[in-house]
Design a protein around this ligand. Structure first.
Ligand code: SAM
Length: 445
């Protein structure tokens, strides 16, 4: 299937033409990379949508809240900073690419989305090509991955019917996504009280729907993608003190001692437990005394597992992360450099590495879901014949684009760049476990 798909791709290269992706010679970095913090340059956020968000709005709101009700959790801080409807980081502008704050794999090379599309198709066929199905993406960003996967599905789907379901919280990005892969789209009025807030139609007639929450995606056999979605979900920071888990909180600097020059807020450790630190149950093999715990990740993974178990489907989680061994990964990115997370909230991206061991633990407590991986991105792409696809693209590319295409693929796969920090984890209905042992999952072994 794989080789066949890649061969057909090369014969009909017009639909796989090598598009010019960002110039990788500029200092564009993925969020897994660590680069020195940049000097704060301006007090005003350049807002593409013209919302005039000033750097101080969120700082003032959060300060008022902390003064009124006390310190907040890191998770609450992260949620407010990223998705506050008025001034949240993701809500009203494009944050990707050279002009933005970071770059992601689908934006670097079309090979990424094409191989993910071929993987989905191959595994869907292995499950008996159920039709109709839903292509679901969590946090689709600019819609580039969805567009590249759509190209593959449209080309090879062999008569299946499918609809697209984007789970996106940002009104600005949902528009950008629709513009990327729909020929027409419209906003659904709130009064309609539908589970989607935007609808669109692709050039080949596929219906696309936008939902604010995963729960709003209709039931049905689903192929689910999540690329750099889980790293944007809020984390709680926990610390083991005298045998008891305590939660690190964020507060306004209340005394001169705690006042931090380069931040608007500071971390504090309360003496008593918070609801989350009281209820937190570490995995049995936990050895860390300081860790990040994402309730939101747990909730989303639980929902995905339920969905696969009840309605069937496949989920592929792709993100930077660790296997339960990192302690402190909460950080901010601004203009392709690390930034102080407690400074000028709303002007920089906040993120934390995904704890894949925790995700697996959650999935495995659902007996009826079978998990594969995580494997490293570099291994996945090369097992999916990424080099072969690279050769095809180079053969058809203009000479001036060849270096960009080559360096893009290298950036995705090189262990010193994105090849090892980024990982892939797949979930299948548990009933498929025996079948998948007989016919191993592509890219994972
Ligand atoms: C880091 S970006 C990744 C974008 C894209 N997948 C890519 O790799 O280029 C995170 C995406 O998740 C969306 N997002 C963040 N938190 C969300 C939430 N709680 N619910 C739905 N979407 C969310 C953001 O608006 C954005 O589209």
């Amino acid at each position: 299937m794989l080789r066949e798909a890649l061969r057909i791709g090369s014969r009909r290269s017009y639909s796989y033409k090598s598009v010019r992706r960002p110039n990788l010679n500029v200092a564009a970095v993925s969020k897994a990379n660590s680069v020195k913090p940049k000097q704060e340059q301006s007090n005003t956020l350049e807002d593409a949508a013209g919302h005039g968000i000033s750097r101080g709005n969120l700082t003032k709101q959060l300060t008022a809240k902390m003064l009124a009700t006390g310190p907040i959790t890191v998770a609450e801080y992260m949620r407010e900073v990223l998705t506050n409807p008025q001034s949240g980081y993701y809500m009203h502008r494009d944050v990707f690419g050279r002009e933005g704050d970071f770059i992601t794999s689908p934006e670097i090379s079309q090979i990424f989305g094409e191989l993910v599309g071929i993987w989905l198709l191959a595994e869907w066929q292995k499950l008996g090509s159920p039709s109709p199905f839903q292509l679901v993406e969590l946090g689709p960003g600019r819609g580039t991955l969805a567009r590249d996967v759509l190209k593959v599905l449209t080309k090879f789907k062999a008569g299946a019917d499918f609809t697209m379901h984007m789970v996106e919280i940002s009104p600005y990005l949902s528009q950008a996504q629709a513009q990327r892969f729909c020929y027409k789209h419209e906003t659904v009025p709130e009064e309609a009280q539908l589970p989607h807030y935007q609808v669109g139609t692709t050039a080949t007639g596929v219906q696309a729907f936008w939902h604010r929450h995963l729960e709003d995606v209709p039931p049905g056999f689903s192929l689910v993608l999540a690329h750099e979605f889980f790293d944007a979900l809020p984390v709680h920071k926990l610390q083991l003190v005298n045998g008891q888990w305590l939660e690190v909180l964020i507060d306004v600097p209340r005394t001169q001692e705690t006042e931090t020059k380069n931040a608007d807020f500071s971390y504090v450790l309360p003496k008593s437990q918070t609801p989350v630190s009281r209820l937190f149950k570490p995995v049995p093999q936990e050895t860390r005394s300081c860790l990040e715990y994402s309730l939101e990740t747990e909730r989303h993974v639980g929902l995905l597992a339920d969905r696969l178990e009840r309605q069937g489907g496949i989920a592929l989680i792709m993100d930077y992360g660790h296997l339960g061994d990192k302690t402190d990964t909460f950080r901010a990115f601004k203009q392709h450099a690390l930034h102080e997370p407690l400074l000028a909230p709303g002007t920089a991206d906040l993120t934390a590495d995904v704890d894949f061991r925790h995700i697996k633990h959650v999935v495995e407590t659902h007996n009826q879901v079978h998990c594969c991986g995580p494997v490293q991105q570099g291994d996945f792409l090369s097992r999916m014949q990424g080099e072969l696809r690279l050769e095809q693209l180079l053969a058809n590319a203009l000479p001036e684009n060849q270096d960009i295409i080559r360096s893009g693929y290298k950036m995705l796969t090189d262990a010193n760049q994105m090849g090892s920090r980024y990982k892939f984890l797949a979930m299948f209905p548990g009933v498929m476990a025996e079948h998948l042992k007989k016919y191993p999952v592509a890219g994972f072994s």
